[in-house]
Design a protein around this ligand. Structure first.
Ligand code: SAH
Length: 407
């Protein structure tokens, strides 16, 4: 069979009668795909699985509730013999052969007149793989091709879509595995990538050589001037017909100034799409083994910027209110002001013994977690020489993850 030549083709089954004989798990896997192709699916079986029964109830398939009869294949375009009884499957094969209906066999492919390839769709391309005798091999090849299509690593230069506009892509906390498939694809298909300091660097190394990289970290300093410059670059490039990716660490809308870029694009009439990223205040503790909520312990979490100290005239944060809850606090950009913040939380009512975890360089090779308490945080940050970037987790969830430290 390995050498049996196969003629690969795609059947257009819209509105055409397809008969599936058998109502078990093999049938259950085939039926939804046939429905997806628009076929008029008839299942012939005395019993069916609850999932197939659900499709019958929804009117998506017709169920003939008895054993197979050859006349079931009258006026049929395609047949699937999927019972666990070889004799029944053989009867289906015979009836199909007499009627010139192509028939797949779940029990013995060598007795079939059609083989089902491993199939999948990604990026508007349907991939079908015939791997001879070994279905795992076809599935593995299919998965690799689909992964490549989703990630944009399989895409011919000529076919790279050139949709002018800006895509905000959140790269996740740093590990290149933690970007979304949509984000990776947008990166690979971009003309220009405008990247931040905290954007996952390894992904930039994988960009096709003709993708231009604008490294925002190298723009002249001064925060607001810098943001205006970024807005100008992305808008100008998009108006010039390029596909621009604005690439940041975490999620662009979580302390990422992403929406300022959306507004700038809107004002210039430039289309914008957003691909969310795993945001560091949730993903970094998770990677470090700390849950941000835990049943029976906390019913809330708050993500807070610590870039201004409590009491600063421009601070928009109600620190006394945060101190008065017992929810998890996830402090970002807070290493420098952490002593002030800890003091404000204790002054507002949180016990000095409240557990604190400082997760530095989350997902990077240098990742480490410093365990402390609100009362000892100032001392521990100095003693451990903690530097940004770090997520500071305040609350009982830290003790849930590290009971030995807080017993
Ligand atoms: N948009 C980003 C956050 C940008 S603000 C997001 O959604 O994650 C920058 C702050 O994010 C840093 O000061 C730090 O608090 C946090 N941060 C980002 N990546 C981090 C990482 N890998 N490890 C620890 N903290 C990180």
């Amino acid at each position: 069979m390995e050498d049996t030549p196969v003629y690969a083709t795609g059947l257009l089954l819209e509105g055409r009668r397809v008969v599936v004989v058998g109502g078990g798990h093999v049938a259950q896997r085939r039926v939804p795909v046939l429905i997806g192709a628009g076929a008029r699916v008839v299942v012939v079986a005395p019993e069916v699985t609850p999932a197939i029964e659900g499709l019958v109830g929804a009117g998506e398939v017709q169920w003939v509730r008895r054993g197979f009869e050859p006349a079931d294949l009258d006026d049929t375009w395609y047949a699937v013999a999927a019972t666990d009884d070889a004799e029944v499957n053989a009867a289906v094969s015979r009836a199909a052969e007499e009627r010139r209906v192509f028939c797949v066999r779940s029990d013995d492919a060598s007795l079939a007149t059609a083989w089902t390839p491993a199939v999948g769709t990604a990026a508007g391309v349907t991939v079908a793989v015939h791997g001879g005798r070994d279905p795992r091999r076809s599935a593995a090849v299919r998965d690799q091709v689909l992964d490549g299509l989703r990630a944009g690593t399989i895409t011919s230069e000529r076919h790279r879509p050139h949709a002018a506009g800006v895509t905000l892509v959140g790269g996740g906390p740093g590990d290149p595995q933690l970007i979304s498939l949509a984000g990776r694809r947008a990166l690979m298909e971009a003309d220009v990538v405008v990247a931040d300091r905290l954007a996952p660097r390894e992904l930039l190394g994988e960009l096709p050589s003709d993708v231009e990289l604008v490294d925002v970290a190298k723009l002249p300093r001064g925060r607001s001037a810098q943001q205006e410059e970024i807005n100008r670059i992305i808008v100008e490039r998009a108006l010039a017909g390029q596909s621009v990716v604005r690439f940041k660490g975490g999620d662009n809308f979580v302390f990422g100034r992403g929406y300022e870029e959306v507004i700038a694009c809107r004002e210039a009439g430039v289309p914008v799409t957003v691909v969310p990223g795993l945001t560091s205040p949730i993903a970094v503790p998770a990677i470090a083994g700390i849950p941000v909520t835990h049943r029976g312990i906390v019913h809330e979490m708050t993500i807070v910027s610590g870039h201004l100290p409590p009491g600063h005239p421009e601070s928009l944060t109600n620190w006394p209110a945060l101190a008065a809850t017992n929810g998890t606090l996830l402090l970002m950009m807070a290493v420098q002001n952490a002593p002030h913040i800890a003091a404000a939380l204790v002054a507002g009512g949180r016990p000095a013994s409240t557990p604190v975890a400082v997760v530095c360089d989350g997902t990077m090779p240098a990742e480490r977690t410093v365990l402390s308490t609100l009362g000892e945080l100032e001392h521990d940050l100095v003693a451990e020489a903690v530097k940004p970037p770090a997520i500071i987790v305040v609350g009982e969830v830290v003790a849930v993850a590290h009971p030995e430290r807080y017993a």
